[in-house]
Design a protein around this ligand. Structure first.
Ligand SMILES: NC(=O)c1ccc[n+]([C@@H]2O[C@H](COP(=O)([O-])OP(=O)(O)OC[C@H]3O[C@@H](n4cnc5c(N)ncnc54)[C@H](OP(=O)(O)O)[C@@H]3O)[C@@H](O)[C@H]2O)c1
Length: 182
């Protein structure tokens, strides 16, 4: 049987659980320490996956960091809209389900894939039991509104694995999803 890789949700959020500050797109609120941590975390992944909302918000940055070493998968119900932006082996647009993707990554022998946004895709993967760990940076801010980390329907239990101060203001929390199978 093909094993799926560990899928690790990596995000930066406010203390009140938002991954964007209100309607502002992107993660300009993230501290330099988080940005450095994010690059380090990404290097530990064999691929990265995110939704078209994240791609639209970060298009330039994403396209400037393409590499064959770490292909990126953009989830959209309309891959044809993005066909002209695809870069074979580096940037793929797909309507495949999270389950089908996880199986295909397992068939490639990949062990770790980063799920790097946004809210919609976090919730899809979590609700399908496809997230093994959450690596969350908590910035010392309250936004009151914005995109939530993961608008799921049912409670998911986590085990706290690791706590670290990236600076005296910014926390890194690592959780395992209880019962995860990756
Ligand atoms: N703080 C952080 O760590 C962090 C991380 C990542 C992103 N962000 C921010 O979060 C925002 C984006 O989050 P988001 O939740 O709006 O977008 P998202 O999760 O990145 O992408 C959502 C899009 O995925 C597509 N999609 C593909 N399959 C789908 C399905 N079965 N059902 C529904 N949608 C499907 C839809 O667009 P189509 O019409 O193309 O199908 C949908 O609009 C951006 O502002 C980004 O900067 C923050």
């Amino acid at each position: 049987m093909i094993q799926r890789p560990n899928i690790i949700l990596i995000a930066v959020q406010s203390v009140d659980g938002f991954i964007t500050c209100g309607e502002s797109k992107g993660t300009a609120f993230a501290s330099p320490a988080d940005q450095e941590w994010f690059q380090f975390a990404l290097q530990q992944m064999q691929a990265a996956v995110f939704g078209s909302g994240t791609y639209e918000a970060e298009r330039e940055r994403i396209r400037n960091h393409l590499t064959e070493q770490r292909p990126k998968y953009v989830l959209t119900r309309h891959p044809e809209r993005y066909a002209h932006e695809a870069v074979p082996g580096q940037l793929e647009f797909t309507a495949d389900s999270p389950e089908a993707l996880a199986r295909s990554w397992g068939a490639k022998g990949w062990e770790r894939v980063g799920l790097i946004g946004g809210s919609v895709q976090h919730a899809r993967f979590l609700e399908q039991g496809l997230v093994d760990e959450l690596w969350l940076t908590i910035e010392p801010m309250l936004f009151g509104r914005g995109r939530p980390l993961a608008p799921i329907q049912d409670t998911i239990d986590l085990d706290l694995d690791h706590v670290e101060r990236l600076t005296d203001q910014t926390l890194l929390l690592r959780y395992r999803v209880r019962g995860a199978e990756g």
